[in-house]
Write a protein that binds this ligand. Structure first.
Ligand SMILES: [Mg+2]
Length: 249
């Protein structure tokens, strides 16, 4: 499994408001020991990441760490998410639902339904599994505003919502608490990963197959990782939210 988190080196010392009005200080976090890519255009790098031309990358190029920090904590990230979810909602509106409770929309959780930016922008400790798990257990992640809007719109249109996450099922209660606290109040299924269920595309494909085998029709699927959206039974349409922070293969 390729699950590599890199650490955004945030070099601003100013506060920037996230779309949900939670303010986080931008401070140096933890530098990657990445190689310098002299002359690399960071927007070009990000575009290549988002289009899945660059794969299996393990860290943001050192020269783009500040760029990614600005991107994520500034306005552009939220605006990019809003364009994605606008397209998703326009597509959703045009679908004819069977009204049998089987038309589902799949939402990934991390960096899709919920944002871990408050964790990644902390200046206390660098990313590690222990501290990240502790953050998840706190159940205080804000919603990604654009995703919450799409969620609410999808529910109103009559879709059944399935949250499908690679998050371990030991965090089931924390995730339920967190989702509900920020406005994701109802769902058909909340699927977390059990031990031994694989990872990435394999795990998500197998869970989607279970849904299809149970008679659900996956009309839409949204996630921040390509591994949310590739593989079998990906859905009639998929929508990729931006995430230049980490890559999950
Ligand atoms: Mg995710």
């Amino acid at each position: 499994m390729t699950f590599t988190i890199f650490f955004v080196l945030l070099t601003l010392a100013t506060a920037v408001a996230l779309p949900n009005d939670v303010v986080h200080l931008l401070k140096p976090h933890s530098g990657s020991a990445g190689h310098k890519h002299h002359g690399l255009n960071c927007l070009s790098w990000r575009l290549a990441v988002e289009t899945n031309n660059l794969r299996n990358w393990t860290q943001v190029p050192a020269t783009c760490e500040a760029y990614v920090g600005h991107y994520m904590l500034g306005k552009q990230y939220g605006q990019d998410c809003a364009v994605v979810t606008y397209a998703a909602y326009e597509y959703a509106k045009g679908l004819n639902l069977a009204k049998d409770g089987k038309d589902v929309w799949i939402f990934d959780i991390d960096e899709t339904a919920l944002s871990n930016l408050p964790y990644y922008s902390r200046d206390t400790i660098p990313y590690n599994e222990t501290s990240f798990n502790a953050w998840v257990a706190e159940a205080v992640a804000p919603a990604v505003p654009a995703s919450l809007k799409l969620y609410n719109g999808s529910v109103k249109l009559g879709f059944k919502i399935v949250f499908l996450t690679g998050s371990h099922d030991t965090f089931t209660e924390a995730r339920i608490k967190n989702l509900k606290a920020v406005g994701y109040t109802t769902w058909e299924k909340l699927i977390l990963k059990k031990a031994g269920e694989g990872s990435g595309v394999v795990y998500k494909s197998s869970k989607r197959k279970e849904l299809v085998d149970a008679g659900y029709r996956i009309r839409g699927n949204i996630g921040d990782q390509w591994s949310d959206l590739l593989g079998s039974n990906a859905g009639d349409r998929t929508f990729k939210l931006p995430d230049p922070m980490y890559y999950i293969g």
